[in-house]
Unconditional design. Structure first.
Ligand code: UDP
Ligand code: MG
Length: 190
């Protein structure tokens, strides 16, 4: 299996690149943010709970996100591999994902991290907010909180994979095709 963690701060371009990677490598895309938003739209209990956190730019509690992610993986037993987009976002999530994948006799192949400077992220998120309908992309204080949560709780997840020699940082500034080819080289040379 090829299991990739696509990593990076909010607005780094994970969703855009994930869509291209699943096509090229025949993988299943699991974006925890997208799954939460689908649940919010469907007004499920999970969606109602997630909304209280997402509206503030906070993280949904680990046990909720981990449980949801595992049940999504279990829905696609025939998958050739996964792109994990927006997950794991904390070290306990990374540890749980490791255990879960090893119970299935597989593991993370590589974390690829899109590197983008903070000013550029804020610009991109506000631009996306104009037509995405995402409330968390339209409010500068929510955006600032998401970036701060990323810096405090999420960025350390890179160390977890780096310690296993499974971490590659990629320049996330440039045109979409250029960044895509950087990602593909990292994956192919892993
Ligand atoms: N979120 C979360 N855990 C996740 C994924 C998303 O708590 O594993 C919440 C969090 O509040 C985050 C929001 O959902 O700010 C949007 O997540 P998404 O991954 O879509 O945002 P991105 O970082 O890609 O802009
Ligand atoms: Mg996203």
């Amino acid at each position: 299996m090829l299991n990739i963690v696509l990593f990076g701060p909010p607005g780094a371009g994970k969703g855009t690149q994930a869509a291209k990677l699943i096509d090229k490598y025949n993988l299943v895309h699991l974006s925890t943010g997208d799954i939460f938003r689908a649940n919010i739209k469907g007004e499920t209990d999970l969606g109602k709970l997630a909304k209280t956190y997402i509206d503030k730019g906070e993280l949904v509690p680990d046990e909720v996100t981990i449980g949801m992610l595992e049940s999504e993986v279990d829905k696609t037993p025939e998958a050739k591999g996964y792109i994990f987009d927006g997950f794991p976002r904390t070290t306990p999530q990374a540890e749980a994902l490791d255990k879960f994948l090893s119970s299935k006799n597989t593991s993370i192949s590589l974390m690829v991290a899109l590197d983008v400077a903070e000013e550029e992220l804020i610009k991109r998120l506000l631009e996306r907010g104009k037509d995405s309908g995402r409330a968390d992309d339209q409010d500068e204080s929510i955006i600032a909180n998401r970036i701060s949560v990323y810096n405090k709780q999420t960025s350390v997840v890179a160390d977890f994979y780096n310690a296993k020699n499974k971490f590659q940082k990629i320049n996330g500034v440039g045109d979409i095709e250029e960044i895509f080819s950087r990602l593909c080289s990292a994956i192919d040379n892993r």
